[in-house]
Design a protein around this ligand. Structure first.
Ligand code: PMP
Length: 353
């Protein structure tokens, strides 16, 4: 029942529905694109009793240590970095900062579901741009839009990536608006737009520690952009919650940045398992979109996506299904460990038989 206290402007708001985080029954969890690997040993050992005791004090609202590490890694100034409570926090702040009256927000019809939710929450005008027939983004659909543009690269839930050249054309044709490139999954094979930062003041790159750095539970993301964009984001952040990232998360993030070799090896392994899983699904007659992410988006003619999702769930395997036009016959499967994928494939085989 809707609270009579909820303001009328929010009565039609459809909140984001996150993927299930099951309690109780133990599932093979392939539904929210987490890493099958634990955080690095450095991360696992960084939360000492001493660090815990420091929680008496508020965290550094500037996240200085973390930003300096990130800046060094990305070869930019720390003034070009803002850290958030997951990349969702960054996206929220960016939608508030860079769109509003007379500045709509543009994004694909099939993409990360939160873009629409933020747009509706802030009552922004939306320009929803259909993916092409083959589920690709056509960059030319985003030229000269007079809008904030939000594009996930690779896109979710398709996994398909744009080239840097295509992103650069979007930046060039929208010089007076922010182009937000959400790189949640970029480590798994797409080209990052970070090298374009030096030439485009309107580029905001959004990244997360949730996927390739195995830290979904810590809630850590960041934005990299020109100093004016980061100043704008910080103005919003300091107007809502300057302590948006806990001491513990900041510590874990710093440790994660000292563990590159560990994470690079994990990403390589996930990509290898992804390609093997794709081949196995294709051998069973599935169509699998070309993924540059840590998930596969797949369907089989004559096989309902929702049914496949439910049958797999009954068998203890959680994948994601979206009841949305054009993609309701697909399931999205996070690439898990080799063992997880073996069990997933065995069960898919017996379900379709
Ligand atoms: N962007 C995309 C495209 C995503 O799929 C997700 C994960 N659901 C996020 C951003 C948010 O991730 P997080 O808040 O964990 O950084």
């Amino acid at each position: 029942m809707m609270s009579r206290f909820l303001h009328a402007s929010k009565h039609n708001l459809k909140a984001y529905v996150p993927g299930e985080q099951p309690r109780g029954r133990k599932y093979i969890k392939l539904n929210t694109n987490e890493s099958p690997f634990p955080p690095s040993p450095e991360v696992q050992n960084c939360l000492t009793a001493e660090v815990m005791a420091e929680n008496r004090l508020y965290p550094d609202p500037e996240m200085t240590a973390l930003r300096e590490l990130l800046a060094k890694k990305l070869c930019v100034s720390p003034k070009m970095i803002m850290v958030g409570n997951g990349s969702d926090d960054i996206l929220n702040t960016a939608f508030l900062a860079f769109a509003g009256e007379e500045t709509p927000v543009a994004f694909p019809d099939i993409t990360y579901g939160f873009y629409k939710v933020y747009a509706d929450l802030y009552q922004l005008e939306k320009k929803i741009i259909p993916l092409r027939e083959d589920f690709r983004i056509d960059a030319s659909d985003y030229f000269s839009l007079d809008s904030l543009i939000a594009i996930a690269n690779p896109n979710a839930p398709t996994g398909i990536a744009l080239t840097l050249g295509e992103i650069e054309r979007i930046l060039q044709t929208n010089p007076d608006h922010v182009v937000l490139i959400d790189e949640a999954y970029v480590a798994f094979g797409a080209d990052s737009a970070l090298p374009l930062l030096k030439d485009y003041e309107n580029l905001l790159v959004v990244r997360t520690f949730s996927k390739s750095r195995s830290l979904a539970g810590a809630r850590l993301g960041f934005a990299a952009g020109s100093e004016p964009l980061i100043e704008g984001l910080n103005r919003i952040r300091y107007s809502i919650n300057p302590y948006n990232v806990s001491r513990l998360a900041q510590r874990a993030g710093e440790a994660a940045l000292y563990s590159d070799a560990y994470y690079v090896a994990n990403v390589k392994e996930i990509c290898r398992i992804r390609e093997n899983t794709k081949t196995a699904l294709e051998a069973m007659g599935f169509e699998v979109l070309p993924s540059k992410s840590n998930f596969l988006f797949t369907r089989k003619a004559g096989c309902e996506g929702e049914k496949l999702y439910s049958k797999l769930k009954e068998r203890g395997i959680l994948v994601r299904h979206f009841s949305q036009a054009r993609i309701s016959d697909f399931i999205r499967v996070t690439v898990g460990s080799e063992g997880d994928m073996r069990i997933f494939l065995e069960n898919v085989k017996s379900v379709i038989e």
